[in-house]
Design a protein around this ligand. Structure first.
Ligand SMILES: [Zn+2]
Length: 206
């Protein structure tokens, strides 16, 4: 590999560091799972398996992240390694829309969620530190803003239009009593047949 400039070395170090952090996190998770899963084994086996598994995962993740990010940082124009980094990001508001959801609650009230949904067009600019080639990537992101939650109280079931005044008492919702069905025309229960008690058995001769 040719001699790296300071900028390239800094980018290489940052890629290595980020790959290292991911590798450590996943290595520790796998080591913990192995140690826990081998609960019935001897301590030496548990620790050994955790160490071996954790290190293996660490190596795989580290090499994978480093190689992927190094590839992304290689300039396709001048072929310089560790030369591409993001140099600018602009966000332009593309649309803004008020939204709401209404969720009926058990007590008859309605939970109303309102928010403003903003869509942004994002332009990322990447610059090669060696040949100054500039590439841009466009993407789009959606963000929620001004979220608010309100409860609409249950609608009172009083359809009379202002004939009575001042009666502000709310009727509780679901105020109904089902009439208890009484006309059960069932005849008397039939006695069960087929269940005969056997008499005293003739097993003892008198
Ligand atoms: Zn370049």
């Amino acid at each position: 590999m040719p001699h790296l400039t300071q900028e390239q070395q800094a980018l290489k170090a940052s890629i290595t560091k980020s790959a290292m952090i991911w590798a450590i996190i996943f290595g520790l998770i796998v080591a913990g799972i192995l140690y826990w899963a081998l609960g019935g084994q001897e301590n030496l086996i548990r620790i050994g398996a955790a160490v071996v598994g954790g290190v293996a995962v660490f190596v795989v993740i580290f090499l994978w992240r480093k190689s992927a990010n190094s590839t992304a940082a290689k300039c396709p124009k001048c072929n310089a390694a560790f030369s591409i980094s993001r140099t600018d990001r602009t966000e332009v508001l593309a649309s803004s829309e008020e939204k709401e959801t209404r969720e009926p609650q058990e007590d008859g009230s309605v939970k109303v969620l309102t928010w403003v949904e903003e869509v942004y067009d994002i332009t990322d600019t990447y610059t090669c530190s060696q040949c100054n080639d500039i590439t841009t990537k466009e993407s789009r992101t959606t963000r929620k803003k001004d979220e608010a939650e309100t409860i609409e109280p249950a609608k009172a079931k009083v359809p009379e239009p202002s004939s009575t005044k001042g009666a502000g008492a709310k009727q509780p919702a679901s105020f109904k009593s089902a009439p208890e069905g009484k006309g059960a025309g069932k005849a008397a229960a039939k006695p069960k047949a087929g269940l005969k008690k056997a008499g005293p058995g003739p097993d003892s001769n008198g």
